[in-house]
Write a protein that binds this ligand. Structure first.
Ligand code: SAH
Length: 340
């Protein structure tokens, strides 16, 4: 197994089972996440005997970057996994820091009609280490520190729940990468049972919900998953999340020209979200050559924004990144496969 798969608690347990002091876990985590060594042999304060069974039980393999595209304030990476599958991660430079958009699966089964990633059906879940290494590898090659992580790359994080939670654990742990929970966001298309698990797990990270429509009829057209998890059940689940955690939820809403960007949609959305501790992040659609939907024009975007505002719904418009670098998730992989 890859050593980056283990949470701090799991590594402690490993050492306890070996009859060692659990403090060894602190030492190993320091080598991995603070000093960033690439081999067990570099862990010089750990005795030879321990190193030798660590080597037997674990590998410390890295991921390979096979393509990189750069634009103003954005760098996009294509990774090759050990089984030859390919995934993407996108680094965005904001004035508040470096934010990394991480993939959670190879492909995706949610089938959202506007999304490039879903054109490749899910091949498999990513292991925890494959998410951790997206971050470590990019910090290394760009020689930067990443301050924010968003689980908004390829895949549905709540369709790979356990590995995603372990990933969050590792990057959030003071013993590991020590990113603050407020700097980590997990985004879901609305898998209600996993939203409930998430409430019970008590993680303090941000939750974003991909809404994209203000009624089920329209949402069904855009997001097949909404036939299973309807708004009348989704909204109460989110209310429960807000009540139990006291945290504000983000709703993502892509504006698609002529589809969900009308005045009436904004009014309906305001009614749906009225009184919820939330805000709406309006996303200008990132057009892709394979999908017919078009981006709303600037006027419609601003009008939509104003309508929500007038109705007392917190709202922001997402800054657009990487037009030149096919920044919509799934695009770099798709282009790479086509060129071959
Ligand atoms: N599966 C998760 C996370 C990955 S998608 C989810 O659905 O939330 C991250 C966000 O990007 C989602 O809100 C998704 O709807 C949005 N998205 C997908 N394709 C897009 C595109 N071409 N332009 C803009 N946003 C897109």
């Amino acid at each position: 197994m890859n050593i980056y798969n283990l949470t701090f608690e799991q590594l402690e347990e490993y050492f306890i089972n070996k009859g060692e002091k659990k403090f060894k876990a602190t030492q190993v985590f320091e080598w991995l996440y603070k000093k960033r060594v690439k081999s067990f042999d570099e862990m010089t304060n750990i005795k030879k005997e321990v190193i030798s069974y660590l080597k037997k039980d674990f590998n410390i393999n890295n991921l390979e970057i096979i393509a990189k595209q750069e634009d103003v304030d954005v760098v996009k990476f294509l990774f090759k996994l050990e089984d030859d599958n390919k995934i993407e991660a996108v680094l965005m430079r904001h004035d508040y820091g470096n934010s990394l958009c991480v993939s959670s699966q190879v492909g995706c089964n949610m089938g959202c009609k506007f999304c490039e990633s879903g054109r490749l059906k899910k091949v498999r879940n990513l292991n925890t280490y494959e998410m951790v290494l997206q971050l470590l590898k990019i910090e290394e090659v760009l020689n930067i520190r990443i301050s924010h992580v968003v689980l908004m790359g390829i895949g549905e994080p709540f369709d790979n729940y356990e590995n995603v939670i372990n990933f969050i654990d590792i990057i959030n742990s003071p013993k590991g990468i020590a990113l603050g929970s407020r700097h980590i966001t997990v985004s879901t298309c609305g898998i209600i049972p996993k939203i409930k698990s998430f409430i019970n797990d008590g993680k303090q990270v941000n939750l974003a919900i991909s809404l994209h429509a203000s009624n089920d009829k329209l949402r069904n057209q855009l997001m097949p998953i909404s036939k299973v998890y309807k708004l009348e059940d989704l909204i109460p689940a989110i209310k429960e999340y807000i009540n139990k955690t006291n945290r504000r939820v983000t709703f993502e809403y892509i504006l698609l020209k002529g589809i969900n960007d009308r005045y009436e949609n904004a009014i309906e959305l305001s009614k749906l979200l009225k009184g919820l501790n939330c805000y709406v992040n309006l996303i200008p659609y990132n057009e892709t050559s394979h999908i017919e939907y078009k981006k709303s024009d600037q006027n419609s975007i601003l009008k939509f924004y104003d309508t929500l505002k007038k109705n007392n719904i917190g709202v922001t418009i997402r800054r657009e990144f990487g037009k030149k670098v096919s920044a919509a998730c799934g695009q770099l992989r798709a282009n790479y496969e086509e060129e071959k």
